[in-house]
Write a protein that binds this ligand. Structure first.
Ligand code: FES
Length: 377
């Protein structure tokens, strides 16, 4: 294609071309249409407009009509006030969402409270989002430059000159939108965007216990010295003689079922798998020699990858499998990871037997259970 000549085919463009200058792009050989503005404000950007010799015929666009804000400074001021008022309303909405979270708590679990809480937080978040959205659209439609440009396809990957032109586009866009110049609007938008995420922060913090350290809570379980190991879900205590060779039990601490509050939270931390191996198959760490009883071992059921229950036991290989992402743990080798994304062995629960022959814990776990993230604390 011969790019040596320029052909303008759109009347709107032709009209606009009267106030444009043409700049040559050495890389593509096409010409870039650059616009001057007849408006008192700085020149409009050409964007990446390329005008080719074989451009389409004019499909019949109506002539360009200037907006009232282009012609009447009072209307322009009014539009500016509208825009920053919308951004300020967004800030009010975000602050209200936080206030509503405090003013309409759901602690009583009363359905009416829940409805009020959701209603007023939702109204605040809606106002926050609509304020930003309407403000941005109104800003673009009434105050940013209203210039028709043609942007034809062109080769991907530009020359240094093209890249410099791209930088200029951004600079022109900044100048045309008034982002730097209209400090009140810009700052109110930045304020609205900064405040908008705050309700989410407050709401998510509300999911954690208010009066206790969540890390401390995750570091301890219901297990303590003398707690009997009980069957899940019946809660019946387990005698060592009940655990036959090759068997595996899902275990909870005795007394868990009697808790009135937080039963599931405690179970999520304290769940244990109990297995019996031939003692000669057990390769126990020296410091854990007395943590098992006659080949019976107990390990946390909570996967150290991201916390799924490790539910599958293969008695011939003594492998535990987490079905979530296929991490495998070798029970005969202190539950070390032999496959998958988990990064550390399942924590072991030290066990013994009481005077009546029931399996009991010697203590709580000696390390945090669950995903490895908590190990860092
Ligand atoms: S949670 Fe167990 S492998 Fe991912």
């Amino acid at each position: 294609m011969d790019h040596g000549q320029v052909q303008l085919t759109h009347p709107g463009i032709e009209e606009a071309s009267q106030r444009r200058t043409m700049a040559q792009d050495d890389h593509s050989g096409t010409e870039i249409a650059a616009a001057d503005s007849s408006h008192a404000a700085p020149a409009a950007s050409p964007g990446t407009a390329l005008i080719a010799q074989d451009a389409f015929e004019n499909p019949g666009f109506p002539p360009h009509r200037p907006r009232v804000t282009d012609e009447d400074p009072k209307r322009e001021k009014r539009a500016q006030r509208t825009v920053y008022t919308l951004f300020y309303l967004s800030i009010v909405g975000s602050v209200w969402a936080i206030a509503a979270y405090m003013l309409f708590p759901m602690e009583s679990n009363n359905v009416g409270d829940v409805r009020l809480n959701n209603l007023f937080i939702g109204l605040g978040a809606t106002l926050a989002l609509l304020g930003i959205g309407f403000g941005a659209v109104h800003w673009a439609k009434s105050l940013m430059y209203d210039v028709e440009l043609v942007d034809e396809r062109h080769p991907i990957g530009g020359s240094p000159e093209t890249q410099a032109a791209a930088v200029k586009v951004f600079q022109d866009a900044d100048r045309e939108s008034g982002f730097s110049r209209r400090a009140v609007i810009r700052n109110s938008l930045i304020g609205a965007l900064l405040v908008f995420p705050l309700p989410a922060v407050v709401l998510f913090r509300g999911l954690a216990p208010q009066d206790q350290n969540p890390i401390e809570l995750l570091s301890h379980t219901m297990w303590k010295k003398g707690t009997r190991l009980a069957l899940d879900p019946s809660g019946a205590p387990i005698k060592a003689s009940d655990v036959t060779m090759g068997s595996a039990f899902h275990v909870i601490p005795e007394g868990l079922q009697d808790l009135e509050h937080g039963k599931l939270d405690e179970k999520a931390k304290a769940a244990v798998l109990l297995m019996r191996l031939d003692p000669k198959d057990l390769n126990e760490l020296p410091e854990r020699k007395d943590w098992s009883y006659d080949g019976i071992v107990a390990y946390s059921k909570i996967c150290t990858h991201v916390g799924c229950p490790v539910a599958l036991y293969e008695q011939h290989t003594h492998h535990l499998l987490c079905p979530c992402h296929q991490s495998q743990f070798d029970v005969s080798n202190h539950c070390e990871v032999i496959f998958g994304p988990a990064k550390r062995p399942l924590p072991q629960l030290p066990i013994a037997v009481d005077d009546e022959g029931y399996l009991i814990a010697q203590s709580d776990f000696t390390e945090p259970v669950g995903p490895s993230f908590w190990e860092r604390h």
